[in-house]
Each structure stands twice: as structure tokens, then as C-alpha cells.
Design a protein around this ligand. Structure first.
Ligand code: ADP
Ligand code: ADP
Length: 239
């Protein structure tokens, strides 16, 4: 579980190409860190992989389920909405701005997806969600609302929320960029733990230290194409 392939991903905004044919293969348990200049297309790539954004062309395959736009008989044919929805559920996304519901407690935020989307038994979900909050170090804060938590704690709730949907792949879009410097470490620590537990992760980050230490692969994206890709130490070697 957790294999991901991207083929020929293209995306333009108002005629301006932002992704210009991105191909990527990620093995189960692999951690891929995306670096590159602002505007290079990192965030757009993640949103297309998560199906939060519709690419103009290209395929994304998770666990051998292929979705996207396939050339068939000379034209692009879109995957069925059902297939899209199934695959979207395999992706857990963590955003720069935690995107928690302000009126719900940490526990309720984590429980919401499994209860409303997966329609799982509420008590079983509650138990599992408490377990996940424990895993990110927040068991004692389950009853608090986002406003009562620090940014680092809120982001850890967001990670627990993503895990609650049992994703095959976790996608992080600059997860520590909105945090005060002293709170960055606690979030990176949780991400390091997840990597150690074999989670497949795609991480857009400016934290080069994290990319070197935790990333199996570093992808340098610039101008909507992958300029360089390889083991962190190779891509980030001094010239
Ligand atoms: P990065 O994450 O590498 O900084 P982005 O994927 O956020 O790059 O952005 C790449 C380019 O696409 C930028 O020029 C950005 O302004 C543009 N862009 C991103 N999202 C949109 C959007 N929804 N509408 C129009 N342009 C967008
Ligand atoms: P990130 O820091 O993740 O790269 P951005 O600040 O580039 O995010 O973009 C934040 C949001 O604004 C995204 O939803 C993106 O799609 C949208 N956006 C970015 N650039 C543009 C743009 N030029 N026109 C319209 N929407 C944009």
C-alpha cells in the first residue's frame, strides 16, 4: 500500500503553464521532498495529485488505481467521478494553514471524516481518533478547540485528522511555514515518526534539513518541470 505514479501531468492557469509534463514514481514507504523556487509548481503538483485540482492532462495512480485523463482515440477521457472519489480518499492532505473547524474540538475534527464520509461507527471512530491524537502527542488536548491550541498543536491535529481516513499516501504542503520557529520541530518530529513507520509521504517544504535527514528522494521543481531528482545527499550536494 502506498505506491504512487504520476504521468504527464500538465496544468495551466489562464493560459500560463504551471506544470509542464511531470512524471514521478514513488515506492511504498518512500518519503519524497519537493524543493524549488516559489512559483515553481510544487503546490499545484500536490493539489493535482490529491485531486483537489483538475489537471489539464495526465494520470495519477495510487495502489494501481489509475485516475486522470487518458488519451483514448485521440482525445482525453476523464476517469469516472466514482473512481475519482475513491482515489481522493486514499490521499491525506496537510495544508500550511491547518484548516481545522474552529467550532469543533480537536477530537471532533479528527472524527468528522470517518463518521461523515466513511460512515463508520461513531464509538469505534472515537476510540481510534483518541489513539491517533495520542500518536501525535495530544491525548491531553482532545477536548480543546483550535483557538485554545498552539499552531504546532493545531498542525498535529491536522495530521491526526489526515491519518484518521487511513490514507495510502500523505501529502504535506509547507506544513511548517505558518508556524513560529520554536513550534516547527514538534511538527517535523511527528512527520519523522510517520516516515519511520513506513508511511508514503510527499512533502513540499523549505526545511532543507528535514529533506536531507528524512527524505529518501529530493525533487527539485522549477518552471513546472522536474529539474533534478535523486537521493537528498546527491541533489543537495555542494557544487
Ligand atoms: P509553488 O508551490 O512552487 O510556490 P505554486 O504551485 O503555488 O508554486 O504556483 C505556481 C504558479 O501557479 C504561480 O505562478 C502561481 O501564482 C500560479 N497559481 C497557482 N495556483 C493558481 C490558481 N488557482 N490560479 C491561478 N494561478 C495559480
Ligand atoms: P502556496 O504557498 O501553497 O504555494 P500560494 O500562496 O501560491 O500557496 O496560493 C494560495 C492559494 O491561492 C492557492 O489555492 C492557489 O491556488 C491560489 N493562487 C495562487 N496564485 C494564484 C493566482 N495567480 N491567481 C489565483 N489564485 C492563485
Amino acid at each position: 500500500k502506498g505506491a504512487l505514479s504520476v504521468r504527464g501531468l500538465h496544468k495551466s492557469y489562464g493560459g500560463t503553464p504551471v506544470l509542464r509534463g511531470v512524471d514521478l514514481d514513488v515506492a511504498p514507504g518512500e518519503v519524497v521532498c519537493f524543493l524549488g523556487p516559489s512559483g515553481g509548481g510544487k503546490s499545484t503538483l500536490l493539489r493535482c495529485v490529491a485531486h483537489l485540482e483538475q489537471p489539464d492532462a495526465g494520470l495519477v495512480a495510487v495502489d494501481d488505481e489509475v485516475v486522470g485523463y487518458e488519451p483514448r482515440a485521440g482525445r482525453l477521457v476523464e476517469s469516472s467521478p466514482k473512481r475519482l472519489a475513491m482515489t481522493r480518499r486514499r490521499m491525506g492532505m496537510v495544508f500550511q494553514q491547518f484548516n481545522l473547524f474552529a467550532h469543533l474540538t480537536a477530537l471532533e475534527n479528527v472524527m468528522l471524516g470517518p463518521v461523515t464520509v466513511l460512515r463508520r461507527d461513531r464509538e469505534a471512530v472515537r476510540e481510534r481518533s483518541m489513539e491517533l491524537l495520542g500518536r501525535v502527542g495530544l491525548a491531553a488536548h482532545a477536548g480543546k478547540r483550535p483557538a485554545q491550541l498552539s499552531g504546532g498543536q493545531q498542525q498535529r491535529v491536522a495530521i491526526a485528522r489526515a491519518l484518521a481516513m487511513d490514507p495510502s499516501v500523505l501529502l504535506f504542503d509547507e506544513p511548517t511555514s505558518a508556524l513560529d520557529p520554536e513550534l516547527v520541530g514538534e511538527v517535523l518530529g511527528v512527520m519523522r515518526d510517520l516516515a519511520g513507520q513506513g508511511m508514503t509521504m510527499l512533502v513540499v517544504t523549505h526545511e532543507v534539513g528535514f529533506a536531507v535527514e528524512v527524505g529518501d528522494t529530493v525533487v527539485f521543481l522549477d518552471g513546472g518541470v522536474i529539474e533534478e531528482q535523486g537521493p537528498a545527499k546527491q541533489v543537495l550536494r555542494s557544487p
